[in-house]
Design a protein around this ligand. Structure first.
Ligand code: BDR
Ligand code: CA
Length: 305
């Protein structure tokens, strides 16, 4: 099994990503979930992660609360498309497991990675603040991480917050740049691939909504979210780990534009050797995904819930 930690800001699509990972614990060893402010504030994203873990039968998975704001920008941007509670208004009736009261997410990341050197894959589904803090806190952290697979950025397409920038990178570009230059092997699921991962409302209503009461909670969330953003971004990270053959990729070197201006938060991707410099590529970049296979994985997870 692949040992993974999911670092996230649930978020409707983050919730689906947790669901997908939880449904394949035969393939993924889910070591912990860590939360960060992004789609909503840290109180909401942490409560939502706890609720989704309970809903998906993962009460045994440790939950750690992370950064309440980006590294350098004073207040994080929120994504209203996920609703004020971050889960399309679905959380009020859900039981939410609390996070560990002692250990913040970045310390947990350092401890988990130290206990399994070279083995742990970090699935980063929100702003990269916690991972940057782990890199800054522990000088040995980066060398011990097996890989980071993240949803963020737009390699060869336009952004979703500005013409240049994707939400997760835009919220904390400085953290993202620390991660990009950390030397940790990266796989990027950016808008190039995630934007196309769409499920029609009729499919949701005719199939997903009919499986079980718990599946219906997810279906309602997704239906509401789809009014603002129909794309299921974050589950692509998990789908890649479960079945890389569902994607095409290229190699490149990513950095983040952190200068104020129209390209603020843009992921700049070099593909030619002469543009990458002596260090060469730092990332595998997902380009296209087999949408039917990816959404089929999510559908199966809901059917089994
Ligand atoms: C990303 O931003 C968030 O709103 C989603 O959860 C996803 O991680 C897409 O740009
Ligand atoms: Ca997210």
């Amino acid at each position: 099994r692949i040992p993974v930690v999911i670092d996230c800001d649930p978020g409707v699509d983050d919730a689906l990503a947790i669901l997908l990972a939880a449904s394949r614990r035969d393939v993924l060893e889910l070591l912990a979930v860590t939360t960060v402010a992004g789609n909503a504030g840290i109180d909401e994203t942490t409560r939502n992660a706890g609720a989704v873990l309970s809903l998906t039968g993962c009460d045994d998975i440790p939950l750690y609360r992370g950064a309440h704001r980006p590294l350098m920008r004073a207040v994080g941007r929120r994504a209203p498309v996920h609703g004020a509670d971050g889960l399309g208004g679905e959380t009020k009736d859900l039981r939410a497991r609390p996070a560990d009261p002692e250990k913040p997410a970045w310390v947990a990341l350092c401890d988990i990675v130290r206990s399994r050197p070279g083995a742990v894959t970090l699935c980063v589904l929100g702003p990269m603040t916690n991972v940057a803090l782990a890199i800054l806190t522990d000088p040995g952290f980066a060398a011990r991480v097996h890989e980071i697979v993240f949803m963020g950025g737009a390699a060869f397409t336009d952004g979703n917050v500005t013409a240049s920038a994707e939400f997760n990178i835009f919220v904390d570009p400085h953290a993202a740049q620390i991660v990009m230059e950390s030397g940790i092997p990266l796989t990027m699921a950016g808008l190039d691939v995630t934007r196309d991962v769409i499920v029609s409302r009729s499919h949701i209503e005719e199939t997903w909504a009919r499986y079980s009461d718990r599946a219906a909670v997810f279906s309602r969330m997704v239906s509401r979210y789809a009014d603002g953003d129909p794309a299921l971004h974050d589950p692509c990270v998990i789908a890649w780990l479960l079945d890389p053959s569902a994607f095409t990729t290229v190699r490149g070197r990513i950095c983040v534009d952190c200068r104020e201006g129209p390209d603020f938060g843009r992921t700049v991707v070099a593909r030619r050797e002469k543009h990458m410099g002596p260090e060469g590529p730092n990332a595998t970049i997902l380009m296209r995904g087999d949408v039917a296979r990816i959404t089929g994985m999510i559908g199966r997870a809901l059917e089994e819930l």
